[in-house]
Structures are given as C-alpha cells and as structure tokens.
Design a protein. Structure first.
Length: 83
C-alpha cells in the first residue's frame, strides 16, 4: 500500500524556521520516501506504508522533543506499491 502524509508543526515563526520545523523536515527528507515537498506552511511526502509510518513515528517524536506544541498531520491511502 502507498500512503501520502501531509503535516505542519506549530508554533509558527514567519521570520525563521523553528527547530521543530527543521527537525521534522529533515526526518522526511532523509526517509526513504518519494515525492517529498517541503514548504513554509505545509509538507507532503509519499511512499510505501512501512516507510511512511516509520517516518511519521520519527517525525512526531523528534518534533515534539524539539519544541513543537502541535503537529497536524493527515495520512491518505493513494494506491498499491509498484513492486
């Protein structure tokens, strides 16, 4: 199964990316995911279910440890793995 995750972390800072946002983006960018898109107001990534779920676990733990007070995320099934 393939999944898409969309997420944001808070609190926001429009002048400089907070540590929790930087950490969350690093987790997603270094995970074995496809179609990673990071931006100032939201981030998305796609991949196999195991990879996405592992990345979400790490993202939540590391973002909260780095000062996030809220993490909003949505996970959608987008298809089957192409193996």
């Amino acid at each position: 199964m393939r999944l898409r995750v969309e997420f944001t972390t808070e609190p926001f800072d429009l002048d400089e990316a907070p540590a929790h946002a930087v950490v969350a983006r690093e987790v997603i960018q270094t995970a074995e995911l496809d179609a990673v898109d990071v931006g100032p107001f939201g981030n998305t990534a796609e991949g196999g279910a195991d990879a996405v779920l592992a990345a979400v676990d790490s993202l939540l733990r590391k973002a909260l440890e780095s000062g996030a007070t809220r993490v909003s995320l949505q996970v959608n099934v987008i298809g089957e793995d192409l193996k």
